[in-house]
Design a protein around this ligand. Structure first.
Ligand code: OOG
Ligand code: MG
Length: 256
């Protein structure tokens, strides 16, 4: 089966909400590079005048996330404007088996690229930091996949809800930010920014190292989600999810 056919099958699973068998069942030799190519093909096909590329997400950057899905390498995915929610509400039946996780996101105002950079190389390109809830939804049956499968499925990307408040990158040590993830008022998961590769800025370093292999980088105006601080919570209609970041504020997502 060609990479285009896999890209189509994933897009179709998303559109019909019918999960598919993971690709590696029938194609166990699928490589990481081929999987990124499938991701690129399927995401480029979604681009329109109304749905433009807005940036990147990193996934599987914390041990909690890696253990939840049994894949232990950080990966990237592509973000488009239609993923950026206008209201803090999703409809559960629009998805296959949605999950929600709490993250920190960076917005860049200068271009930056290159492998194995240091925090020093990156901070001067960061304009602001946002708190983020990410909705993920695997297009595979049972939310089960291997590394190439999840890369091909655009790292399960689905929706993003960002804080209204933009924080200065220098407002605090982002590895010290604590988050409590609550479901219907009940505290479910705890984490702090250090869970993301020691510091969320390291997730950006990792992203740039991966992008450098393709001669790409981050451009001004682009957004980067650094990856779930805690593992993700499966949600259903009627749920209210709250990520409490202490003094920084709270994000709430209503699941209808
Ligand atoms: C893969 C996407 C992971 C994160 O923040 O780690 C991700 C998955 O768990 O389905 O978005
Ligand atoms: Mg995520």
């Amino acid at each position: 089966m060609s990479l285009f056919t896999y890209a189509e099958r994933i897009a179709n699973a998303q559109a019909t909400k019918e999960p598919i068998e993971k690709i590696t069942i029938t194609n166990p030799t699928l490589t990481v590079d081929q999987a990124y190519e499938i991701q690129k093909i399927s995401m480029e096909q979604t681009l329109t005048a109304e749905n433009h590329f807005i940036g990147w997400k990193m996934g599987l950057t914390s041990v909690a996330k890696q253990q939840q899905v049994g894949v232990d390498s950080p990966i990237y995915g592509r973000l488009t404007s239609s993923m950026n929610l206008r209201r803090n509400e999703i409809i559960a039946s629009d998805y296959i088996h949605p999950r929600v996780e709490a993250e920190v996101a960076f917005v860049f105002n200068k271009a930056v690229s290159g492998a194995n950079l240091t925090p020093l190389d990156i901070w001067s390109s960061v304009e602001s930091v946002y708190l983020a809830l990410e909705v993920i939804d695997s297009r595979y049956q049972n939310f089960s996949f291997t590394l190439p499968d999840v890369i091909a499925d655009n790292a399960s990307s689905t929706k993003i809800w960002l804080s209204a408040q933009a924080f200065s990158p220098y407002a605090l040590d982002w590895s010290a930010v604590n988050v409590v993830l609550k479901q219907n008022g009940e505290e479910k998961l705890y984490g702090n920014g250090a869970a993301v590769l020691g510091h969320p800025i390291h997730s950006v370093i990792e992203l740039l190292t991966l992008l450098a292999k393709e001669g790409r980088g981050i451009l001004p105006g682009q957004l980067v989600l650094t990856g779930g601080i805690t593992d993700a919570i499966a949600v259903q209609a009627g749920d209210v999810i709250e990520a409490d970041y202490g003094q920084l504020g709270k994000l709430t997502l209503f699941v209808k």
